[in-house]
Ligand binder design. Structure first.
Ligand code: SAH
Length: 278
């Protein structure tokens, strides 16, 4: 961006952070994408680890902050990608690396415990007797939306927020979900991992009684230089009159009126335009 200044990005010396001990695993969140959304603790982990095991969504510019000499291992799972590592292989790898006395940074997009299999990994580490800590990250469904001019809650729109995954463990729209209850109670619904299933979810919400003209906002690659927002309605999406193939992943689908002040609250797009011009 035009007015950006380069920074050394070191954790300030006045900040005391826990030492990264040999044989420990830090299960850390990298935030939605932009480097500036890293926490100090994740940055500290990057600067002091021996190995980073990251998932597919982590921005390469974030990986570039790892201590020189740190090994970088991609172990991400992408929905439907048969070549991506299996979850049990990833947890096994973490346990082995820790067993070698290495300082292991397990880096995930957003927050490690939000739809990220972080809980399974932490449990496996706990059961294997590996020392671990969890470093929360900014979830795409909150911080990423803020970059698209969408407040997660606001007095005029919603006093609750529903996060739903469009993917159960079999890659299907969760069949156990009570769509009628969701349609009724979900003032604002944020769907994760739902690009391919968005149409099906829209159809279920419609038949469960949600309004046909309900707003649907797709937020694609939130906080990154190629962030895009697409708007449609529940009926158009359910009837196939909105082409989800035109939306680049990763993307969030926001159902409800949370984006109604986007024209006024979108502070990020003007900065991107400025950067393009500069
Ligand atoms: N732990 C993450 C979510 C991981 S699941 C978090 O806390 O946000 C992966 C899904 O997150 C993607 O399919 C997409 O729905 C969403 N996602 C992650 N990063 C995103 C981004 N920059 N923009 C939009 N959606 C994103």
């Amino acid at each position: 961006m035009a007015q950006m200044r380069k920074t050394g990005l070191a954790v300030p010396e006045t900040v005391a952070l826990a030492p990264f001990r040999a044989g420990d695993v830090w299960l850390a969140g990298a935030g939605p994408g932009a480097v500036e959304l890293l926490t100090l603790m994740t940055l500290h982990g990057l600067q002091n680890c021996d190995v980073v095991v990251h998932d597919a969504l982590v921005n390469p510019h974030i990986l570039a902050l790892a201590r020189p000499g740190a090994e970088i291992i991609k172990a991400g799972k992408r929905g439907g990608d048969a070549r991506s590592a299996r979850q049990d292989e990833i947890t096994q790898l973490l346990i082995e690396l820790a067993g070698q006395g290495r300082r292991v940074l397990r880096l995930k997009g957003g927050d490690p415990y939000l739809f990220g299999r972080g809980a399974e990994e932490a449990l496996a580490l706990a059961r294997a007797g590996v020392n671990f800590r969890v470093i929360p990250g900014i979830p795409a469904g909150i911080g990423g939306l803020a970059y698209a001019g969408i407040p997660a809650t606001s007095k005029e729109v919603n006093s609750s927020l529903l996060f739903i995954t469009g993917h159960d463990r079999h890659g299907q729209v969760p069949s156990s979900a009570d769509w009628e209850a969701i349609a009724r109670a979900g003032e604002v619904i944020v769907l994760y991992m739902a690009l391919r299933k968005a149409r099906e979810v829209a159809a279920r919400l419609l038949s469960a009684g949600r309004s046909a003209c309900e707003a649907v906002t797709f937020v694609s690659r939130a906080s990154l230089p190629d962030q895009r927002v697409h708007e449609t309605t529940l009926a158009k999406l359910a009837r196939g009159n909105f082409d989800t193939a035109a939306v680049a992943g990763p993307a969030l689908v926001v159902i409800g009126q949370a984006g109604r002040r986007r024209a006024e609250l979108d502070w990020f797009t003007p900065l991107l335009k400025e950067a393009d011009l500069g």
